[in-house]
Design a protein around this ligand. Sequence first.
Ligand code: AMP
Length: 113
Amino acid sequence: MTDTIFSKIIAREIPADIIYEDDLCLAFNDIVPQAPMHFLIIPKKPIVNISDAESEDKTLLGHMILKAGEIAAEQGHGDNFRLVTNNGETAGQTVFHLHLHVLAGRAFAWPPG
Ligand code: AMP
């Protein structure tokens, strides 16, 4: 996997508004927020997207989802948030390092555009 903006954020080569970090993952506010709360949670392991993840990543992926909920709760949105991952270009993925979008603070339409 080649370097991305997100691997550079992990390496502290470019700045980000980091709100959580542990051994496995990093969370930071999206630079173009689509809701009052919009942060991304990414694995430190270089995984392109869910399609690229393997069964050995099960614990990591579960950890990221649980952390997403915990951080949303810390920000006052524990009961109502949207968790999204865009997997592949047609689905809207623009940064090819796995990330979960966590959004809250407004009503969301369904189906998504
Ligand atoms: P996606 O289109 O699903 O790949 O999402 C990529 C997200 O990364 C978009 O919501 C961008 O606004 C966000 N993004 C890109 N560069 C940065 C950055 N330097 N810091 C924070 N978020 C970023």
